[in-house]
Design a protein around this ligand. Structure first.
Ligand code: PMP
Ligand code: GLU
Length: 402
């Protein structure tokens, strides 16, 4: 059989560059090459013991049957309490849907709200999967660019200028992947003020990096009363609780959105894994202010960020901002684009990342994939020794470009 059987839908879908670069680095490693992987965005810390124990207990308690489609009521109630405890927000369990990672939560939303040709405004740099999810759901991503000179943050005017009659949603992410930028409360307020004038636009606020914030408490966009009715929060346990492999994400928003996501999930995946849900229950019950595990992880990320920024300063031509959250640095590498590695021209950040993978054996993700072709993403969720070695290798390799 030929692959011409494949649908336009899948043929037009871009591959996830974060996962692709990580796959390439795994392949090189399997050949015995000493690759440093700074491409995947996941904590290198293990899931806290008390959370793992809750997962084991769920198996012993035979919590192994089909769960309710939107997730166990106990878990959704605990998520509602988490939203009150951490964000001062009031939600009922029936406004919450648990899914197989925040990735699944996001695609559920777009599948539920988009008709062909509907527009979703996405600030760039954006996380790689956002535009592809919108396209997969029949929508058109409308990208608004934020440069490094603005700390990679879009202005209220840019947002307002991008709104058309076809705008269905605005997709917002702070702390941001790939830039690590965190919007201040005043900046959020200015964004909220614009959106309050367009009550038919759904705001999708991806707050998955909520707990990885170096400068204080997370400010949720949902905390502005004037937009509370038009916002859906996307969050999960992958990043803040070091639980990427458990695959638990959730939404909290208007009940009709939760009902729609439950309906699609009922036909598509059913409720997500019971063992993971019971582990997530333990995780969301954990007050981040009292969690030793979280404190250790976030302070390690902060130290590594400081080290990375310091080391990167020594590489000629690289420009960086100072990210206040997540675990990424997104330096501008335009100084090196258009140069030659001896044989080949480095045309763009994808070429540069392939060169750095093959020559320096460091896996990074090209900014092209995040809508910012002048940048590359460095994930610093790894040890300080490996960060130092990786930056050394990158510096040596870049110096060879003429
Ligand atoms: N949103 C952002 C901004 C991300 O970086 C990721 C990747 N982990 C996700 C959503 C999805 O997270 P998960 O599916 O692991 O919950
Ligand atoms: N979100 C992480 C990243 O940006 C994990 C990989 C993925 O799901 O894209 O690297």
């Amino acid at each position: 059989m030929k692959n011409s059987i494949l649908s336009d839908r899948i043929l037009n879908l871009g591959e996830s560059a974060t996962l692709e670069m990580t796959r390439l680095s795994r392949e090189l490693k399997a050949k015995g090459v000493d690759v440093i992987t700074l491409s995947i965005g996941e904590p290198d810390f293990d899931t806290p013991q008390h959370v793992k124990d809750a997962g084991k207990q769920a198996i012993d308690d035979n919590i192994t049957h089909y769960p309710p489609v939107p997730g166990f009521l106990e878990l959704r109630e605990a998520i509602a309490q988490k939203l009150k405890r951490d964000n001062g927000l009031d939600y009922n369990a029936n406004q919450i849907v648990v899914s197989t990672g925040a990735k699944h939560s996001l695609i559920n939303i777009f599948m539920c709200i988009l008709n062909d040709g509907d527009e979703v405004i996405i600030p760039a740099p954006y996380w790689v999967s956002y535009p592809e999810m919108v396209k997969l759901s029949g929508g058109n991503p409308v990208v608004i660019d934020a440069g490094i000179e603005n700390d990679f943050k879009v202005s209220p005017k840019q947002l307002e200028d991008a709104i058309t009659e076809k705008t269905k949603a605005f997709l917002f992410n702070s702390p941001s992947n790939p830039t690590g930028s965190v919007y201040t409360r005043d900046e959020l307020k200015a964004i909220a003020d614009v959106l309050a004038r367009y009550p038919d636009i759904l705001i999708v606020a991806d707050e998955i990096y909520e707990y990885i914030n170096f400068d204080g408490v997370h400010e949720s966009l949902a905390s502005f009363d004037e937009i509370k009715d038009q916002i859906v929060i996307v969050n999960g346990v992958s990043k803040g609780m070091a639980m990427t492999g458990w695959r638990i994400g959730y939404i909290a928003g208007p009940k009709f959105i939760a009902d729609a996501c439950t309906k699609i999930q009922g036909q598509y995946t059913s409720g997500t894994g019971t063992i993971s849900q019971m582990a997530a229950l333990e995780a969301v019950k954990t007050d981040p202010k009292k969690s030793k595990d979280l404190k250790i992880m976030v302070s390690a990320f902060k130290e590594r960020r400081d080290l990375l920024i310091d080391l990167v300063k020594d590489i000629p031509g690289l420009k960086s901002n100072i990210p206040n959250g997540a675990f990424y640095l997104f330096p501008d590498v335009s100084y090196y684009l258009g140069r030659y590695d001896g044989e080949n021209k480095i045309n763009n950040s994808t070429d540069l990342c392939m060169y750095l993978l093959n020559d320096a054996h460091v896996a990074l993700v090209p900014g092209d994939a995040f809508g910012s072709p002048d940048c590359i993403r460095i994930s610093y969720a790894t040890s300080k020794d490996l960060i130092a070695e990786a930056v050394h290798r990158i510096k040596v390799a870049l110096a060879k470009l003429k």
